[in-house]
Write a protein that binds this ligand. Structure first.
Ligand SMILES: *Cc1c(COP(=O)(O)O)cnc(C)c1O
Length: 398
């Protein structure tokens, strides 16, 4: 029996059945490449679901983790943590924000955002003004707050009662959003580009209109940049390309290259509403995670990662559009930077498995959208390699 099969059998005996896992056992990674337990090589266009933005085991991040692990792994948030402070400074220097709260995941960052929004609203306007408008097909995480905020029925089924105070409107429809704002509304929470929902881009000017709507009604604009942040769309944060600034932004996935981390960012006045004792996290922003975050952000800022993301993103989209000319079942290619979706008129689940057999790791969301979220360091050669495998798969599909 292969090494991989032995691990798969053991997995099936002890791991909770929450994931429909592929029969793949990755044991080593470098750049855009992964190797499984039997030594087979894969080109990884999933990147741990938009986590490994600098590729697998980026040397500077690995060095920072090694150094920090031998110095101080963890200490309490009762104390001042130099790595946490430095990472917060980097984030604030390079965004709209003045303050950062650290936690351990995207869902937790969104929890913090919703808590801040409601606390602010209750302190400024009194009780009862607590409703948060979010989008249909959104994804905000798997905690109770996360699934309550998420606009997809299938992830809520059987978990009632959910957290009250969320309403879901069609993404990109400013009139629907405007009509939904009421006296009890305190915030609008959106992803700049919907990731899990199928790589859905907003219409031109949508976020300017949302921002204006928020201004008119004293609403907070919360942007969930858990997936779009950290360089994914070609700018450090996706909001930069929309010509607006949010009131609150959440980050996680790409922020520490794979060490668990989450962050909630806000301006000075707003952040003041979460005072001492109102929120916290044991692990949030610990020395190990934030040391990895500093090395990640410094690499993103100081090396030409964002340039590469933009140019390779454009090249990848062009090449995918050429495949669209060839295959009638491809109905749309869309994306920004290196978050790209290929919408099809047929199911994509089997293609993911075929690709894996051919050494290519891709992803399919909402049944019919192939999603490509590779490391931002991907090269032209690697994209050519991926395109050639995809061409193969598509040609066998018709
Ligand atoms: C992945 C994701 C989350 C959840 O992050 P976790 O770290 O899994 O809790 C939240 N929002 C968006 C937009 C995401 O893509």
């Amino acid at each position: 029996m292969s090494q991989s099969q032995q691990w798969i059998d053991r997995n099936d005996r002890v791991i909770a059945k929450t994931y429909g896992r592929y029969p793949l056992v990755p044991v080593r990674g470098e750049g855009c490449k992964l190797w499984d337990a039997d030594g087979k090589e894969y080109l990884d266009l999933l990147a741990g679901v938009a986590v490994n933005n600098l590729g697998h085991c980026p040397p500077k991040v690995v060095a920072a983790i090694r150094e920090q692990a031998g110095t101080l792994l963890h200490c309490s948030n009762f104390y001042n943590i130099p790595q946490q402070i430095r990472l917060a400074e980097l984030l604030c220097d390079n965004s709209f924000a003045d303050r950062v709260f650290f936690c351990n995941s995207g869902a937790e960052a969104n929890e913090a955002a919703i808590k801040l929004a409601r606390k602010y609203s209750s302190e400024k306007y009194g009780a009862g003004r607590s409703e948060v408008l979010t989008a249909l097909a959104s994804f905000h995480g798997r905690t109770y707050c996360g699934i309550s905020a998420t606009g997809q029925e299938k992830i809520k089924e059987g978990f009632a009662p959910l957290l009250p105070g969320f309403r879901h409107l069609p993404f990109g429809d400013i009139e629907a959003l405007r009509a939904a704002v009421g006296e009890r509304t305190c915030a609008i929470m959106l992803e700049p580009i919907q990731g899990e929902g199928g790589v859905n881009l907003p219409p031109e000017n949508y976020f300017r209109q949302v921002h204006q709507l928020c201004d008119e009604h004293g609403l907070l604009l919360i942007l969930d940049e858990v997936q779009t942040g950290c360089g994914r769309t070609g700018s450090l944060f996706a909001y930069e390309q929309e010509g607006i600034e949010p009131d609150i932004m959440t980050l996680a996935k790409g922020l520490a290259s794979g060490v668990p981390i989450g962050a909630m960012l806000a301006g000075e006045e707003l952040a003041a509403h979460l005072g001492p004792g109102t929120h916290g996290s044991t692990f949030g922003g610990n020395p190990l995670a934030t040391a990895a975050g500093i090395a990640t952000l410094e690499t993103l800022l100081n090396e030409d990662i964002l340039d590469n993301c933009r140019s390779m993103g454009a090249y990848f989209q062009d090449e995918l559009e050429k495949l669209q000319q060839k295959y009638a079942f491809i109905t749309e290619v869309r994306g920004r930077g290196l978050i790209i979706g290929v919408e099809m008129s047929i199911e994509g689940g089997e293609m993911v498995k075929t690709a894996m057999a051919k050494g290519l790791l891709i992803n399919c969301t909402v049944g019919k959208v192939l999603r490509f979220i590779p490391p931002l360091i991907i090269s032209r050669n690697e994209i050519d390699q991926a395109i050639s495998i995809l061409d193969d798969i598509f040609s066998e599909t018709v």
